[in-house]
Design a protein around this ligand. Structure first.
Ligand code: FES
Length: 347
């Protein structure tokens, strides 16, 4: 089981700054994310800091928190959760992360760790005297089918035996780690069976299937009666918007007669909706919990302004909730409260 803590104060540097190239890269990376969502750049920035320093220092965590205007605890949560981030100095040539979760353990991860103990250090995170190697135990790395496995920086080495592990460590110690091809170390491609396919080995039947599909289509054409021409209902005439309009437009004429009544019901029963924004639409993404996709959905439903959302009552929330794919989000993220504050700011 991996324990994730920051390194001792004695090894922490006083300060951190990205070098010029990485600083420019970081600024550009932050702009990849929408306004108000800059914190999403935290993982790439932490990774770049690690690539620059060799590990993620406390000073780097603080610096990135300031760059992204994030509370320190939020950056710490990310840095201490993912074992891809090294929180203490590690071997410069290889830091071997041995998966110790059940499938790997059942397939020999214990022996792989014994090799690391013998060749590197009896204890995890102890860097060899020459500073080249270190190791630790981590949780599942998602390659269980090829257990046991290890990660070395960004590459995985799978289907290991103790002898192979020794060989890999020796190659990395000699600065020749690139001689080892990452991935399975036995005769298999990715996670396919060892020695080649054992199923789905028949000849392709695509041509046969195509011919049969063509014949079915031909006979269906002959058998199908002609459909009477149906006029589409004009979407706008019904006074609906978004997906309601689309649904209505697709209905046959007979159904359209009843449409105005239904449209009126939607208009009066639910929250205030607008076919288009009054002037410029508000940036709904500023509401925590609303991303670009959800903003699009809200616009499609007729909501463009914070003021509209700020006016929602409980019944309105239930109606809108039904139309979103994330039920309960409005209440959980307190959209109305947020919208009230934001509506005042845009006045
Ligand atoms: S258990 Fe080791 S990779 Fe999943």
């Amino acid at each position: 089981m991996s324990v994730r803590r920051l390194a001792e104060e004695s090894v922490q540097p006083d300060a951190f700054a990205f070098n010029r190239a990485n600083g420019a890269w970081a600024k550009k990376k932050i702009k990849d994310y929408p306004k108000g969502r800059e914190a999403s750049a935290v993982i790439p920035l932490l990774m770049r800091a690690q690539e620059q320093e060799g590990w993620v220092t406390k000073a780097a965590i603080e610096h990135i928190g300031e760059m992204l205007d994030m509370p320190l605890i939020r950056v710490l949560e990310v840095a201490t959760f993912y074992t891809q981030f090294q929180l203490a100095p590690v071997g410069k040539r290889a830091h071997i992360q041995v998966c110790g979760t059940t499938p790997c353990m059942l397939r020999g991860a214990g022996e792989i760790m014994d090799v690391c103990k013998a060749k590197i250090s009896p204890n995890p995170f102890e860097v060899t005297e020459d500073g080249k190697l270190s190791w630790e135990e981590v949780e599942c790395q998602g390659a269980c089918v090829n257990a046991p496995m290890v990660m070395i920086f960004k590459d995985s080495y799978e289907d290991l035996t103790p002898a192979q592990m020794e060989h890999i460590i020796d190659r990395f110690a000699a600065g020749k780690g690139d001689e080892i091809t990452p991935g399975p170390q036995i005769d298999r491609i990715f996670s396919a069976p060892e020695g080649g396919l054992t199923s789905l080995t028949g000849k392709p039947v695509a041509a046969k299937r195509k011919a049969s599909a063509r014949a079915t289509a031909e006979s269906a054409k002959v058998a199908a009666p002609k459909k009477p021409a149906v006029k589409k209902a004009p979407a706008k005439a019904a006074g609906l918007i978004g997906s309601n309009a689309a649904k209505l437009a697709a209905k046959p004429k007979a159904d359209v007669k009843a449409a105005p009544k239904k449209a009126a019901a939607v208009k009066t029963a639910g929250p205030e909706r607008l076919k288009k924004p009054n002037g410029k639409a508000d940036d709904l993404k500023l509401i925590s919990g609303v991303g670009p996709k959800l903003e699009q959905t809200l616009n499609g439903l007729g909501f463009w302004h914070f003021a509209q959302i700020a006016k929602w009552k409980k019944a309105d929330v239930a109606i809108v909730d039904d139309q979103l794919s994330f039920k309960g989000r409005i209440e959980r993220d307190e959209w109305i409260k947020q919208a009230k504050v934001l509506a005042k700011k845009v006045k």
